[in-house]
Ligand binder design. Structure first.
Ligand code: GDP
Ligand code: IMO
Ligand code: MG
Length: 439
């Protein structure tokens, strides 16, 4: 009896404690509109945490027609009560971060609510050079990186020669930088690049370190204190499932884990505290950079989707490759991340077309495949099997509830729910903060 009572109490109180960490992740190849969903959800949170990636991300938020683009700062920062955290899994370009902070200050936000993990690694100029150099060396096999130095910074992290925030703002910086520049110059020289000058970099980056010092702290302890206080934490994903270094379409991926595992290693929050895991998709799909993309429409349909959805990179301004929504890939994201719900953006955009396609399976060597795989041969040589839906949804911008959506939009959404066995809880019907339906 006592055992049973303990079990019930544990579940009740354990449940309460567990309910405070929610996660938003990209479910496809990035740019699904995570920024908008994070901005919406962070109004109910006390902490917004970027846990992986760096300024390869570009998250757009539209507030009453005013556009904000975040690359490093957590997208939740626009909400007044938020404590914005860049946790240990993030890689930080100090120059870009300071520009972003200044930009936000110029827009009337004081940015006195930012906390940076002492363990986060710093992107240095040689990382950015190496990113370009390695891409050039790949020739036709290039990945199409954002050339922001992300991959080389994570390489140094795992090589254990990286510069962490605590080193950057501390006494170790000079020595670490000297060793790193000496080693990197060997490579730069071998590839015919100009060697880097230690003194000038040290001088410039010491200034950045001085400015950022006040934000640096132990964010893991901070987050655990928040959990003890039962405060809501929103972990905000950058990049996406199919760009994951382990679970994505390797080698056409980024160099971190934007999937659920990255939340744990990138923050120090334990799995038992995580409650909702929301996967963000668009009603169609897009990809920037190289790599396979089964449902791509590399033709006038893709061009039309790109123009209707304004699909040009927030970070690199590159035109995004566009195509239809891919259910096998979405089911993979549901599985890998344990998605509890889906947020779907751009229902308004897809609703402008007469006919909408939804990929429900792949055809590979004459066989039907329903389970997504990252096997490069299969991804490159599969063709999509589609179901077709009627479009012409009309103007959705005034829709505030699910009931107000036209029947054809509901048919499309409900078929996706059926195929993924996952509820679509948030629906984007326009770019602005207000254009969201919550079920
Ligand atoms: P993120 O990287 O996942 O945050 O996405 P991006 O910001 O890179 O790209 C998403 C784009 O879609 C941005 O331009 C958003 O303003 C826009 N957007 C987001 N949701 C919607 C929506 O429901 N409808 C429309 N029309 N635009 C949206
Ligand atoms: P958000 O957070 C879309 C892609 C790049 C490239 C690959 C590797 O805005 O969704 P990297 O510079 O990370 O080494 O590039 O990953 N990529 C993204 N694509 N959205 C992103 O972020 C991306 N971040 C990286 O285009 O193909
Ligand atoms: Mg983006």
């Amino acid at each position: 009896m006592l055992l049973l009572l303990t079990f019930f109490l544990y579940n009740i109180f354990g449940g309460i404690i567990m309910s405070c960490v929610n996660v938003v992740l990209g479910a496809f190849y990035g740019d699904e509109g995570k920024g908008k969903i994070i901005d919406y959800l962070s109004s109910n949170a006390r902490y917004a945490v970027r846990f992986s990636g760096g300024n390869n991300a570009g998250h757009t938020i539209l507030v009453n027609g005013k556009k904000f683009a975040f690359h490093l700062l957590p997208s939740g920062i626009l909400n007044k009560n938020i404590k914005a955290i860049l946790s240990n899994g993030v890689v930080i370009d100090p120059k870009v971060l300071l520009e972003e902070i200044n930009n936000l200050k110029n827009n009337g936000y004081p940015v006195d609510n930012l906390y940076i993990s002492e363990k986060a690694h710093v992107i240095m100029p040689y990382h950015i050079m190496m990113d370009s150099l390695l891409e050039d060396a790949r020739g036709d096999n290039k990945i199409g990186t954002t050339k922001r130095g992300i991959g080389p910074t994570y390489c140094d992290k795992y090589e254990r020669c990286g510069i962490r925030m605590e080193d950057f703002i501390g006494k170790n910086f000079k020595n670490l930088l000297k060793i790193n520049i000496k080693n990197k110059n060997v490579i730069l020289k071998a590839y015919g690049y100009d060697e880097l000058d230690f003194e000038s970099i040290y001088k410039e980056y010491s200034k950045y370190a001085k400015k950022l010092k006040k934000y640096v702290t132990d964010t893991t302890t901070m987050l655990h204190q928040a959990i003890k206080n039962n405060e809501n934490i929103l972990c905000e994903g950058a990049q996406a499932t199919l760009l994951d270094i382990d679970f994505g379409s390797y080698p056409y991926v980024t160099s971190s884990n934007p999937t659920i595992g990255g939340v744990l290693t990138g923050t120090g929050i334990g799995a038992k505290y995580i409650n909702e895991v929301i996967g963000v998709i668009k009603a169609y799909s897009s990809r920037v950079g190289e790599g396979p993309y089964v449902t791509e429409e590399n033709n006038e349909i893709g061009d039309m989707i790109r123009e209707l959805g304004h699909e040009y990179g927030t970070t690199t301004k590159r035109p995004r490759r566009c195509g239809w929504l891919d259910v096998p890939a979405l089911n993979y994201a549901v599985m890998i991340n344990g998605l509890t719900s889906i947020a779907m953006n751009h229902l308004d955009t897809i609703g402008k077309l007469n006919k909408i396609k939804l990929c429900v399976a792949y055809k590979y060597k004459g066989k039907m495949i329903k389970d997504f795989t990252t096997n490069m041969d299969i991804l490159k040589n599969s063709t999509p099997i589609y179901e077709e839906f009627s479009g012409n949804f009309g103007d959705l911008s005034k829709c505030k509830t699910y009931d107000e959506l036209p029947i054809n939009a509901k048919k499309f959404l409900e078929r996706i729910e059926e195929l993924t066995n996952t509820p679509i809880k948030y629906i984007g019907v326009g770019a602005d903060r207000e254009n969201i339906i919550v079920r």
